[in-house]
Design a protein around this ligand. Structure first.
Ligand SMILES: [Zn+2]
Ligand SMILES: [Zn+2]
Length: 459
């Protein structure tokens, strides 16, 4: 029936909307995929557990163990924490766990959080460190800038000793309880010590930082190693080929041909390596550890990625001198020129006598002088330590003031919530205070508990 004045539209077919599959656990995205700082699988498990408000131990025991459904070395998955470094590695444990997590999260990119892509060419020997390593400055920066705190896969590799962003040695012991952390503990939480529960980050201006300093010459090699392995991890997401077992042997033989007319003994002398080992590596019978391979690449001055993908091989004529050992490749140690010596000394003494407020850090002083901080330390250790002490005292006083202020704010927030008929939970109080990050300090949490007790809310 046609009704005058009204338009008749075509019949509209209604289809059921396509609802994507739902995952059993949150489909949390791993951090930093495709970058040198891609997240490790142990970090991913810890964050996944945190997202579900349980400890990683509970997640492993209640959910993952039944999906993996295997017994390793006579123990269930949740009993093998001392071997948890293998979760980030190249073997069957990493493989099984990825499968289990994939089925529970429906993610297909978790392989990049392990070394599985390189399982054909890197032996598991000395590949991963037994204990956790971290850069306290990265942690502190991520926390203060509101970024997600996590553990990059790079830090779990034994060959990586420094953070290339902060040019400092990675820490392996908690600066509160001085204990080491295993890669995945029952209560692991990225950024916190699994033994004492304290925050593992600190800023480069604190006193601990100098302990981690690396000598300038060693730093050159350590940074090279960290950057090259990082480049390799970043490339894992975009590999155009499967790295095969004979890749290293083929590359080594090519270099031996070029530099030593195929004479392995001579090539071994150049590389300062045992002749027999090198011969077996060239044959493909054995494979060098990642540590040794990175050192070979450093001697050859070829990037690890290019060595493994053979992209750069003989694209330009390499200099034979590039083969000589590390000591010839290192830059000379920086020194302060004689005419600069008095200027720097005078400036440092004046900084100590001045009433400048806030007092500058040594980093700031070095910037003003246009000199490298470590070079100034080499020449004027006592003056530098005094300037650092002054700065650290100031920071400590500031920290105590901030903690006291946060305690006050936590108390006021709790009273206000209570007045409005709401329970002053940690989550609600956090939203009302100016520095929520300070809630990690026990003083602030104690102030909240104390206020709750006063209000008769907690016993
Ligand atoms: Zn760092
Ligand atoms: Zn600790």
């Amino acid at each position: 029936m046609q009704i005058e004045g009204l338009t008749i539209y075509k019949y509209c077919k209604l289809k059921k909307p396509l609802i994507p599959l739902r995952s059993y656990l949150y489909s949390l995205e791993p951090i930093g995929s495709g970058t040198p700082l891609v997240e490790s699988l142990t970090s991913y498990i810890a964050r996944l557990a945190e997202a579900h408000c349980v400890a990683p131990g509970i997640l492993m025991e209640r959910e993952l163990a039944s999906v993996v459904n295997k017994v390793y070395g006579g123990a269930n998955l949740h009993r093998i924490y001392s071997f948890t470094r293998a979760f980030n590695g190249t073997g069957v444990m990493a493989h099984d766990l990825i499968q289990a997590l994939q089925s529970l999260t429906l993610r297909d990119d978790l392989e990049l959080s392990t070394m599985i892509s390189w399982s054909e060419i890197f032996p598991s020997r000395n590949l991963l460190r037994c204990v956790k390593a971290w850069c306290p400055f990265c942690y502190e920066e991520w926390l203060t800038s509101g970024q997600q705190v996590y553990e990059p896969l790079l830090w779990s590799l034994d060959v990586v000793k420094v953070c290339s962003v902060h040019q400092q040695r990675l820490s392996q012991k908690c600066h509160h309880c001085h204990q080491e952390n295993i890669p995945l503990a029952w209560k692991s939480r990225p950024g916190y010590c699994s033994k004492c529960g304290q925050w593992l980050g600190y800023s480069s201006n604190t006193k601990f930082s100098d302990k981690n300093n690396v000598g300038e010459q060693e730093l050159d090699w350590l940074l090279w190693a960290a950057n090259n392995v990082g480049e390799l991890l970043a490339a894992s997401s975009d590999l155009k080929f499967v790295p095969l077992k004979n890749t290293i042997a083929a590359s080594l033989r090519n270099y031996a041909d070029y530099f030593a007319q195929g004479n392995i003994a001579e090539f071994a002398r150049y590389l300062e390596l045992p002749r027999n080992s090198l011969w077996l590596w060239c044959q493909g019978t054995n494979q060098p550890s990642l540590n040794t391979l990175v050192r070979i690449c450093y001697y050859l001055q070829v990037s690890l990625l290019n060595f493994l993908t053979q992209q750069e091989l003989f694209s330009e004529q390499p200099q034979k001198t590039a083969l000589f050992p590390t000591k010839l490749l290192l830059k000379p140690r920086a020194t302060i020129k004689p005419f600069e010596f008095n200027r720097v000394k005078y400036y440092l003494e004046n900084i100590l006598l001045s009433n400048e407020f806030p007092p500058p850090s040594m980093e700031e002083v070095a910037r003003r002088l246009g000199c490298d901080r470590r070079t100034i330390y080499n020449h004027f250790q006592d003056l530098c330590n005094s300037i650092s002490d002054k700065y650290v005292s100031y920071r400590k006083a500031r920290y105590l003031e901030s903690v006291a202020q946060s305690c006050k704010e936590a108390r006021e927030a709790a009273l206000k919530l209570h007045q409005n008929g709401e329970y002053p939970s940690e989550a609600r109080v956090l939203k009302l205070i100016s520095k929520p990050g300070f809630f990690r300090y026990k003083e602030v949490r104690a102030a909240l508990s104390e206020t709750r007790r006063e209000l008769g809310l907690d016993s």
